[in-house]
Ligand binder design. Structure first.
Ligand SMILES: N[C@@H](CCC[C@H](N)C(=O)O)C(=O)O
Length: 264
């Protein structure tokens, strides 16, 4: 089987992107997903995204982490919107389905405004916070973020008993201006620091914005800059949450998959 793929990146979070409207991709073959995402033996990516047809929506985004597990991916969704425009499925506005439910998005000059799902509350997690923005996120404020051991500390929280069995993503945050934060994220399913995590920066922006009475927060990540806008209700829930930032096609290619190739 020959698979055509495209590679996209959204603030350095990178994805193998496949137009799977024909549903030819063997979606249950998680070894194949792992292999395609492998940075030494495959294409290399933090995740893999299938674009599929879905009744009532412009498309469905089917997202896999590099290890084959599934969750919502904010940066991946921005890339999926850009890819769908490239494929001619959408023009500048879209309504699509992801694992956490329906989303809307708008794309102008390569900047994608992605509407995230509503968030019911921010929880305290010891001195830190926990927020579910479609994916689970632990949020910890730290000093000296540039020097912070994100992988070592992130893994401790990700595998902590409190988050078993499914674990969590872990974000480390420092304020750098009144309305701006710096965020580094340890991602579950990649089991490493990624250059940016969309659902993660959204979680951090909600915590920081809520504590500082802001409705828009700028975010610097190692892979680039994002913005999050939202409104907060009197009961502590959040709605009209928008993740705003760029997405880019990096290259395209083809892979020949032999039937027995993923069996070992
Ligand atoms: N990179 C993503 C998050 C992907 C899902 C996450 N690793 C999980 O398993 O929860 C993003 O941009 O949101």
């Amino acid at each position: 089987m020959e698979i055509s793929f495209y590679k996209y990146q959204g603030t350095g979070n990178d994805f193998v992107m496949i137009d799977d409207r024909s549903e030819a991709f063997p979606e249950k073959d998680l070894l194949l997903v792992q292999k395609l995402c492998d940075r030494k033996f495959g294409v290399g990516a933090d995740g893999l995204i299938l674009i599929r047809n879905k009744t009532g929506f412009d498309f469905e985004m089917v997202y896999y982490n590099a290890d084959g597990s599934q969750s919502m991916c904010g940066n991946g969704a921005r890339c999926a919107v850009s890819f769908s425009k490239f494929l001619g499925i959408i023009e500048s506005e879209t309504h699509f389905l992801a694992i956490d439910g329906p989303h809307e998005a708008e794309i102008t000059n390569d900047i994608i405004h992605l509407k995230m799902g509503n968030v019911s509350s921010l929880s305290n997690a010891g001195q830190d916070y926990f927020v579910n923005t479609g994916s689970p996120h632990h949020v910890r404020f730290v000093d000296n973020l540039d020097q912070y051991p994100v992988v070592a500390e992130g893994a401790k929280v990700r595998y902590a008993d409190t988050y078993k069995p499914s674990g969590t993503n872990v974000n480390f945050v420092s304020a750098i201006a009144e309305d701006e934060i710096h965020v580094r994220t340890y991602e579950r399913g990649v089991e490493n620091e990624t250059l940016s995590c969309g659902t993660g920066v959204t979680a951090c922006a909600l915590v920081y914005g809520s504590r500082n009475e802001l409705r828009e927060v700028k975010i610097q990540t190692p892979g680039g800059n994002l913005k999050v806008r939202f409104s907060e209700n009197a009961d502590g829930s959040f709605q009209n949450i928008f993740l705003i930032g760029p997405a880019q096609q990096v290259f395209e290619g083809k892979i020949e998959i032999l039937n027995s190739e993923n069996l070992n």
